[in-house]
Ligand binder design. Structure first.
Ligand SMILES: [Zn+2]
Length: 223
């Protein structure tokens, strides 16, 4: 393909060719050792529409810059941004009161402190939302875990164990609910079949709007 640039071809003992568009809007090809470049080109050709769409999405996705944990910097919590204030004297290392108050001497550990705060907030909110929707729908789950997953918002095991990344707590509540209900519906359907989306639609008729929000803004939910 002339108009699709391959950043890297990674050869390994894998059995199939996989195409991956990175956040930097480049294409990475994972291929078995013995597959020829011609075959790779053919696969790219065949999926060129998909690749072009992904590349254009990656280019327009909003990027988030690394946090510095300085006074005045903004942090997301339930879809709203709050300012960080470094304070001299305070009992807690990090306090939330319509803004984040971090004790100045804790700055070197700010990232870990924030993650811990987000994890605790995510745990109490998500447990409550899962339980709410489980009661509402009668879908029974086993347990709920909060993870630090970077790529997945949530998952559901065959045994009905649900996990959610703490990063969700940065998203608006309806988006958190969308992911919660999405994973609960996987207890009924362990796939993304038509039946799965139909379950989801019955519980959350406007789920598409929240799924779209997550696609467009998911990149912002990072520290
Ligand atoms: Zn799913």
């Amino acid at each position: 393909m002339k108009d699709i640039k391959i950043e890297q071809i990674i050869r390994s003992s894998r059995k199939t060719i996989a195409l991956e568009v990175t956040d930097r809007a480049t294409l990475i090809v994972k291929a078995p050792y013995l597959v020829s470049n011609k075959t790779i080109d053919e696969v790219i050709q065949r999926h060129s529409e998909w690749i072009k769409k992904r590349i254009s999405n990656a280019k327009t996705t909003k990027k988030v810059s690394e946090k510095e944990f300085v006074s005045g910097e903004s942090f997301l919590y339930l879809g709203r941004t709050y300012k960080l204030f470094l304070v001299k004297e305070q009992k807690e290392v990090l306090k939330f009161d319509n803004g984040f108050y971090l004790r100045g001497d804790q700055k070197p550990f700010a990232r870990d402190i924030f993650i811990l705060w987000y994890k605790n907030a995510a745990r109490s909110l998500i447990l409550e939302r899962v339980s709410y929707y489980s009661t509402l729908t009668g879908i029974k789950y086993n347990n709920v875990k909060i993870t630090s997953a970077m790529k997945r918002w949530g998952s559901c095991s065959q045994k009905g164990n649900l996990s959610f990344t703490y990063r969700l707590i940065m998203a608006p509540l309806p988006v958190v609910d969308y992911v919660v209900v999405h994973e609960l519906c996987h207890i009924l359907e362990h796939n993304h079949s038509r039946a799965f989306w139909e379950h989801l639609r019955v519980i959350l008729p406007d789920y598409k709007e929240h799924r779209k929000w997550l696609r467009e803004n998911g990149q912002l939910l990072y520290l």
